[in-house]
Write a protein that binds this ligand. Sequence first.
Ligand SMILES: NC(=O)c1ccc[n+]([C@@H]2O[C@H](COP(=O)([O-])OP(=O)(O)OC[C@H]3O[C@@H](n4cnc5c(N)ncnc54)[C@H](OP(=O)(O)O)[C@@H]3O)[C@@H](O)[C@H]2O)c1
Length: 178
Amino acid sequence: MRKLKLYIAQSIDGFIATEKGSVEWLNDNENEEIDENAYGYLDFYSSIDTTLMGYNTYKEIVNFGIPFPYPDKKNYVFSKNHEKKEDNPVEFIKSNIVEFVSNLKQLDEKDIWLIGGGEINKILLNKNLIDEIIITIKSVVLGKGIPLFANGTDFKKFKITKVEKFDDSFAQIIMERK
Ligand SMILES: NC(=O)c1ccc[n+]([C@@H]2O[C@H](COP(=O)([O-])OP(=O)(O)OC[C@H]3O[C@@H](n4cnc5c(N)ncnc54)[C@H](OP(=O)(O)O)[C@@H]3O)[C@@H](O)[C@H]2O)c1
């Protein structure tokens, strides 16, 4: 069965964005040359053919003001209250998202990238649908913000399979569901 992988970046204190939803703090290394495959991104990207995201995450991506970044993938946006407006290669899913993701996982295709954010991560984690978590930690403390998993997340155990330090501000931990 294909895996659902949460590939995401967080601060030391477990936030994935500021309170207003910004992720600019992840990209403040302008003076350093960033390798195209930094943080294993290209290898990871070629291992998946589908992305999942909550509406708030989709909205942030649209606000970047760049062409939609995953045009070669099948992209699903979860939203109860919004309709698709932009001409992007995404499909909106309104209801039964747990059933939808369970069915998606049965298809014999490449793995699935759970992009986030915190609300969708919580729903899918609580239903034991997340098989792998790849967290890239940036060594900053935000103090407040949007958490990796929203309030109401259940206790879960994961097994660490790999830990890697990239430079003096990023390290990555790969974990599998126990
Ligand atoms: N650091 C990183 O790598 C990273 C990665 C991803 C995201 N982020 C950040 O995370 C933030 C967003 O996280 P978030 O927790 O606020 O929101 P989110 O999980 O991205 O999206 C939440 C939205 O999903 C929809 N939703 C929730 N439950 C649903 C259900 N059962 N069925 C259908 N739709 C449902 C609702 O949209 P409607 O209100 O439209 O119904 C809800 O408001 C953004 O700021 C983004 O930049 C950071």
